[in-house]
Unconditional design. Structure first.
Length: 268
C-alpha cells in the first residue's frame, strides 16, 4: 500500500538544519461500511481512524484481539463510540464512562495512537470533571492520547473551558463542525479568533466540509469553508494527524488527494 505524501522537509536557519514534520493523513472507516476490517485494502493510505460510531465496533475483548492482526501495519486511531459521555441519568453516564475506558484498552491492544471523543453540550460539573480525569489517568497509563472534539456545532466557550481544565488532553479541530458552528452563530466568536485560541492545543484535524447550514461531511472542495486558510493557521509542529471524515468514498479519496497536494506544496 503506497502513501504518496511527504513526511518532512528541512530548512536552514541561523546555521542550524531544522526538520518540519508534516502530519500523517488518514481516512475514517466511516467510508468502508460496517465490515471495515475486511475493506482496509481499499484505502489509499495506511493511516486509519476506526469509527466507533458508524463502523462495526464490538465491546468484546475477544473481538478486539481478533482485529489486532488485521490492523498490523496500519497507523491506527479510534473515534469513540460514546455519544456525549455525560447524560442527565447517572446510569447512562456510567455506561458511557465504562465504554470510554474499554476504548482506552482497545487502543492499547491495537497500538492506536489517539482516542477521539465528544462530550455533552454543556460545561462539566465538578463530579463530571473528576470522573473524566480518572479516564484520562487510565489513558496515560496505557499510553493513549485522548483528543477532545467539539460537537456538530462547535461552541468556543465549551471547548476553551474544557481545554483549560484538561491541559494534558489534545484538541481535534473538526473543520466541518467549526464552520457549521460559525455559520449558525453557536461558535460565539470569529472563525479565525477561535482557531488562534486552540492553535497550541490542536494535535488532530477532521477534514470535511459543508454549506454552513448542515453538518454534511462532504469533500473539502465542495463546501464553503476556506480549508487551506484553516490549515495555514495551525501550528504544523503540533499537528500529528489529519483524518478525512467524508462519508462517501469518492469524496473521501478526493479530499485525501487534496490534502496530500497541500502538505507536499507547503513543505517544499
Amino acid at each position: 500500500m503506497e502513501d504518496v505524501k511527504i513526511f518532512s522537509s528541512t530548512f536552514i536557519n541561523n546555521g542550524f538544519i531544522w526538520a518540519v514534520m508534516a502530519p500523517r493523513i488518514g481516512i475514517s472507516t466511516v467510508v468502508l461500511g460496517r465490515k471495515w476490517f475486511d475493506q482496509l485494502g481499499m484505502l489509499p493510505t495506511d493511516v486509519v481512524e476506526v469509527s466507533g460510531r458508524y463502523s462495526k465496533f464490538e465491546y468484546d475483548y475477544e473481538w478486539v484481539l481478533a482485529q489486532r492482526k488485521r490492523l498490523e501495519g496500519f497507523d491506527v486511531s479510534v473515534h469513540s463510540g460514546t455519544n456525549y459521555v455525560f447524560s442527565s441519568h447517572p446510569l447512562y453516564t456510567q455506561t458511557e464512562l465504562y465504554r470510554l475506558r474499554s476504548e482506552v484498552l482497545t487502543c492499547h491492544e491495537w497500538g492506536a495512537s489517539h482516542l477521539v471523543f465528544h462530550l455533552k453540550n454543556g460545561i462539566l460539573g465538578p463530579k463530571e470533571e473528576a470522573q473524566l480525569k480518572d479516564v484520562a489517568a487510565m489513558a496515560g497509563e496505557y499510553g493513549t492520547k485522548l483528543v477532545f472534539e467539539s460537537n456538530s456545532s462547535a461552541e468556543a466557550r465549551l471547548a476553551l473551558d474544557f481545554l483549560d481544565r484538561f491541559p494534558n488532553v489534545g484538541y481535534n479541530l473538526d473543520m466541518g463542525h467549526l464552520y457549521h458552528g460559525f455559520c449558525n452563530g453557536r461558535l460565539g466568536m470569529g472563525l479565525d479568533e477561535f482557531v488562534a485560541s486552540v492553535r497550541d492545543r490542536t494535535v488532530y484535524v477532521h477534514a470535511h466540509s459543508n454549506d454552513g447550514r448542515a453538518d454534511q461531511h462532504i469533500s473539502i472542495d465542495r463546501g464553503n469553508l476556506d480549508w487551506e486558510h484553516v490549515l495555514d493557521s495551525l501550528d504544523r509542529d503540533r499537528l500529528e494527524k489529519v483524518i478525512v471524515e467524508v462519508r462517501d468514498f469518492d469524496g473521501a479519496f478526493e479530499t485525501y488527494c487534496l490534502l496530500n497536494d497541500y502538505f507536499n506544496k507547503s513543505n517544499k
